[in-house]
Ligand binder design. Structure first.
Ligand SMILES: Cc1cc2nc3c(=O)[nH]c(=O)nc-3n(C[C@H](O)[C@H](O)[C@H](O)COP(=O)(O)OP(=O)(O)OC[C@H]3O[C@@H](n4cnc5c(N)ncnc54)[C@H](O)[C@@H]3O)c2cc1C
Ligand code: SF4
Length: 573
């Protein structure tokens, strides 16, 4: 950041204490990452007079970030983003989501339920956001607040790992600055957290522990949004989609109204994408070209940005003890991304956790025991009910049972049988709408085809109406989408450890900027002839990489973030 009195000078030297070139600088607190989790931690530390340095690898906070995204302020949460940052809703968000629907789709038949009750449950407000705008607004405030403490925010600094002294975590190492020591280190470095991995806390490596999100931001004039969605300037709509339009992949689609654009995307279980050899960009196109979308997209389709990212499934991976010595881990880095049925809540939990981690340090320090901050943070996560939301006992006790293979097959067959169809007709739209709106029921939805694919399809077949609109939308080809993104990769940040198709071939289809029949992209399927025999291998060129993290999970790779401001830069997010 180089604004008034900002920390970094032209020559890379810094003012104040930030980044001085002595062996190691010391701060009371270092926060790594300036997404919602890091911003909340930094603001809470600064409000309590803790000297805080914030390090962010993007050229701008938000330039690496993607979300759907609706940010929620929960009534039961101890912290909300507008509580920590006054003016947040007026300055950094798009529109409040005042109406919420889910569409069950089977071919061109659609059964729509109003699920506003579910969205409004425990919700003070929920606004649509675009991450570049939101995060860079937060970063400005964070910089102002932390400078008051003798710290500040530095962008284009990538933390490469933890600094240890005799095995004990004492600070961080970066690619750009001398080592930095601190009494508190908050890892808010998101889903591909290098710090949580370094500390041995991030032990989730399997595709079933993740979701992959892919998104298009579509340009639409505010007046057209108001007219097509029947809203005023200060109103907005959230639409969700499930059923047979995603080739049997488990997950769903979303459409949120922004001020002068729409966010349209998909979120799928990564194991399902991998197993079905699905192409994420094609699944997004299935949604964009469905007849139902014509009324909202119009016939003049202009895509501003294509993006993708992984998020963790908190039900399976949220860390029970997200701390190690002076290191406290918050947000996606701690697996705190909650899919509450069709509703996705990650940003609000990152905010709560960031603020609770900071609060724990302030409490522990005031008792003269700063080393107790981690334990206190863990107790607060449980005491404030955050862990129960992230890992609901209803899912542990009942929902996960539905995932047992024979039971999952049986429930699919039952729903599709004439008995299942009769039950759907007997229940009717009214009862089904109420069931969809039950927070308790959605918290225990099993990760099987039944709730995502089979049941919505049967509902649409039995209760849906035919959509007759003609959708003229032609989404851009993958190479056009990639061409619109900004890259500066330098040294490859991904290394293929095993390039055989058997080990890494899934990346060709699961990578959102690669495809089986596409010559460019990151991963390519190749047949190499050597000494008379042919090998089926995969080649990698990270130039168009959107840094989603997918291949780190589905292929044999060594994966790290590009240094500093290098790599993809999202303008919307
Ligand atoms: C398609 C999609 C849809 C989603 N929809 C929603 C939604 O509707 N509502 C919702 O609440 N959530 C949604 N989410 C999830 C939400 O985006 C995340 O849960 C949330 O962003 C997590 O916040 P965070 O602060 O933990 O991490 P992030 O927002 O990922 O921030 C991490 C920050 O750390 C920085 N960083 C990373 N590594 C380093 C390093 N080594 N050194 C320095 N800086 C580093 C990054 O650049 C980034 O700025 C969605 C996600 C996706 C992908
Ligand atoms: S190369 Fe890997 S990290 Fe990059 S876009 Fe493809 S799957 Fe995502």
């Amino acid at each position: 950041m180089t604004d008034d009195g900002g920390a970094v000078e032209e020559d890379g030297a810094t003012d104040g204490r930030v980044g001085a070139t002595d062996d190691s600088e010391h701060y009371e607190a270092v926060v790594v990452g300036c997404g919602p989790g890091g911003a909340a931690a930094a603001a809470t530390l600064a409000n309590n007079g803790v000297e805080t340095l914030v390090l962010e690898r993007g050229v701008d906070a938000g330039s690496k970030n993607v979300s759907g995204g609706l940010i929620y302020a929960e009534e039961s949460a101890p912290y909300t983003i507008d509580g920590l940052f006054p003016g947040f809703r007026e300055e950094a968000t798009e529109r409040p989501a005042t109406e919420n629907y889910i569409h069950n789709v089977a071919g061109d038949r659609v059964a729509t339920f109003d699920i506003s009750e579910l969205h409004h449950h425990d919700t003070e407000w929920a606004d649509s956001v675009l991450r570049r705008k939101m995060d860079s607004w937060l970063a400005e405030r964070v910089h102002e607040m932390t400078r008051e403490t003798g710290g500040g925010l530095l962008t284009e600094v990538r933390v490469t790992g933890l600094l240890r002294d005799g095995g004990e975590i004492v600070g961080v190492e970066t690619a750009e600055l001398d080592p930095i020591t601190a009494d508190l280190i908050v890892a808010a470095d998101g889903v591909n957290s290098e710090l949580a991995r370094d500390a041995g806390l991030m032990d989730w490596e399997e595709p079933e522990e993740w979701y992959q999100g892919v998104k298009a931001v579509v340009d639409v004039e505010p007046d057209a949004i108001n007219e097509r969605f029947g809203v005023d300037d200060d109103e907005g709509v959230a639409h969700l989609f499930s059923g047979d339009l995603f080739d049997g992949v488990r997950g769903g689609g979303f459409l949120y109204t922004n001020r002068d654009s729409l966010s349209v995307g998909t979120v799928f279980h990564l194991d399902s994408i991998a197993a079905e050899r699905a192409e994420p960009h094609e699944l997004l196109d299935n949604l964009l070209t469905h007849p139902l979308m014509a009324r909202w997209l119009g016939d003049d389709y202009r895509e501003r940005e294509y993006s993708a990212k992984l998020v963790p499934d908190s039900k399976k991976v949220a860390l029970e003890s997200p701390h190690e010595g002076r290191l406290l881990v918050v947000g996606d880095a701690a697996g705190q991304m909650q899919a509450q049925g069709p509703i996705i809540k990650g940003m609000n939990h990152a905010v709560t956790a960031g603020a609770l981690a900071a609060e724990a340090f302030v409490d522990a320090r005031s008792r003269g025991r700063p080393e107790r901050a981690g334990q206190l943070y863990e107790e607060k996560l449980h005491g404030e009910g955050v862990m129960e939301k992230l890992r609901p006992s209803a899912y542990r006790n009942l929902g996960s049972l539905g995932e047992v293979e024979p039971l999952a097959d049986w429930s699919d067959r039952l729903v599709e049988s004439s008995l299942g169809r009769y039950a759907v007709r007997a229940l009717g739209s009214g009862v089904l709408e109420r069931l969809y709106s039950s927070p308790r029921l959605v918290s225990m939805i099993p990760d099987t085809r039944t709730p995502y694919v089979t049941l919505p399809t049967v509902i649409a077949e039995e209760l849906g109406e035919r959509v007759t609109d003609r959708n003229e939308v032609e989404p851009p080809e993958l190479d056009d989408r990639i061409g619109e993104l900004t890259y500066d990769v330098g040294d490859p940040h991904i290394e293929l450890v095993d390039n055989s198709y058997a080990a890494s071939g899934t990346a060709v289809t699961a990578c959102p900027v690669s495809a089986e029949d596409f010559g460019g992209g990151c991963y390519r399927d190749e047949r190499v002839k050597t000494n008379g025999h042919e090998e089926h291998v995969v080649s990698l060129d990270t130039q168009p990489c959107v840094e989603c993290g997918t291949c780190a999970v589905v292929a044999e790779t060594d994966w790290e973030h590009p240094d500093g401001g290098k790599g993809v830069e999202f303008r919307e997010g």
